[in-house]
Design a protein around this ligand. Structure first.
Ligand SMILES: [Zn+2]
Length: 431
């Protein structure tokens, strides 16, 4: 991917000092437990999740003021019924800012970054005790905020949403509600970047040069029929979420020296037997991935703040590496900006299979929005994890390559006049 100087200049405005101040502010609310106080008195006292919510909203509004009102600051509020980790019906509020696309057709396309602003300690019933949540997930919340601050200085053809959700620790409640709303309202969300635990916790074996990027294999939302097709075609490693993860890897290479952290793709939904907000979006059929630091320190998450046998427990500010969070924010901002600058992906991408032949012919339709100046066919060996080869085919809707469809995996992407390219689309067979 050719580096775009405008995008690079924007994400280099990401500031570790801003991120430190923002996480410090989030920690100052004492607890951001979803079931903690959110009445006017608690908000005024600056304690509990209500105060955190109001502060996040005011931050987004401040960024919007700085860009001439370019951000629409919104909330998605609902009442979660009582459940295992919610003793009584609880109001949950997601807070988000929308940077609307400048091109009416492309503005319908959405790329989204999210983190959860709720926190917890070792006791899921403790609504008063300290739950600093500096890393989990003050860090991810700070990434959404900082992306909003620096990207609101630019304009893009497509829309970017900067989201912070609550209820993650109770069962992904906030993200689940938001994703369902998006599905019901027919939002065209192309990509979801979930940042959860990106603080670079400073344990001895931490690797501050990489960030893990998790992506689902078989899509959560695939129907039985789709699963059958995936099995038949050998498409187990080609979910749309995985294409998004590969796109992040591309962005990482293009802006390597300016970003400061290298994405390390992990081909599974999430960490072993653990979950996060991207799953809520996957369930609704959206491409969504998770960013998490290389190595977590379990003394510092879901723990009461204390010292025991010389070990410090608790998710404290002092364990966060703000330069690392800033690097992860730059990688996110570069990905959001690249996708929002690119054309929509081509539609109806097919591999013609009427005749048995060793050549491969692909066809596709131009994406809506009219921004595709040309197309590229990319491919890789079936055993390779990332795209290896690219053929620029120009402004055409059909290409024949002297390569056997038996031996490689193809995809097609759309490219604009400046070289920004879309997410790739893997073809389905057409007789
Ligand atoms: Zn978390």
């Amino acid at each position: 991917m050719p580096a775009d100087a405008r995008i690079s200049a924007a994400f280099q405005q990401v500031s570790a000092e801003h991120i430190r101040a923002n996480i410090n502010k989030l920690v100052s609310f004492g607890t951001r437990m979803t079931t903690s106080a959110q009445d006017a008195d608690a908000v005024a006292a600056g304690h509990g999740i209500g105060a955190a919510r109001e502060w996040i909203r005011s931050e987004f509004e401040r960024y919007s003021k700085d860009c001439g009102g370019c951000l629409e600051v919104k909330t998605d509020t609902f009442t979660e019924p009582a459940a295992d980790r919610i003793p009584q019906p609880t109001v949950i509020t997601n807070v988000y800012a929308v940077l609307k696309g400048t091109d009416s057709e492309n503005a319908k396309r959405i790329v989204l970054v999210t983190g959860h602003y709720d926190s917890r300690n070792g006791d899921m019933t403790d609504v008063m005790g300290n739950a600093p949540g500096a890393n989990d997930d003050g860090s991810g919340t700070a990434v959404s905020l900082e992306c909003a601050r620096v990207l609101s200085k630019l304009r893009f053809p497509a829309t970017i949403i900067f989201l912070t959700v609550a209820g993650e620790e109770q069962g992904l409640n906030g993200s689940s509600h938001f994703a369902k709303m998006a599905k019901e309202q027919g939002w065209d969300i192309e990509a979801v970047l979930n940042n959860d635990i990106v603080g670079g916790n400073q344990s001895a074996d931490q690797d501050h040069s990489v960030v893990r990027v998790f992506s689902e294999g078989l899509p959560q939302a695939a129907t039985e029929k789709e699963i059958e097709r995936i099995r038949g075609l050998g498409g187990e490693n080609d979910s749309a979420s995985r294409q998004l993860a590969r796109y992040v890897a591309d962005v990482g290479r293009s802006y390597k020296y300016d970003v400061g952290v290298v994405p390390m793709l992990v081909f599974r939904l999430d960490r072993y037997l653990r979950g996060g907000d991207h799953y809520s979006f996957n369930q609704q059929g959206f491409s969504a991935i998770r960013f998490t630091e290389f190595r977590e320190d379990f003394h510092h998450q879901h723990q009461n703040v204390r010292t025991e046998n010389g070990i410090e427990y608790g998710d404290l500010l002092k364990f966060v590496d703000f330069d690392y969070v800033a690097s992860v924010a730059r990688l996110n901002a570069a990905t959001l900006a690249s996708l929002a600058s690119a054309p929509a992906p081509p539609t109806n991408v097919h591999l013609l299979v009427k005749d048995l032949e060793n050549e491969s012919t692909l066809t596709w339709d131009a994406p809506p929005g009219g921004r595709a100046a040309s197309y590229e066919v990319v491919w890789r060996a079936t055993t390779s994890s990332e795209w290896e080869h690219v053929q620029k085919v120009g402004e055409v809707l059909r290409a024949t390559l002297n390569l056997s469809k038996d031996n490689v995996i193809f995809s097609v992407r759309a490219v604009d006049a400046a070289g920004h390219y879309s997410l790739p689309v893997v073809p389905t067979p057409q007789r």
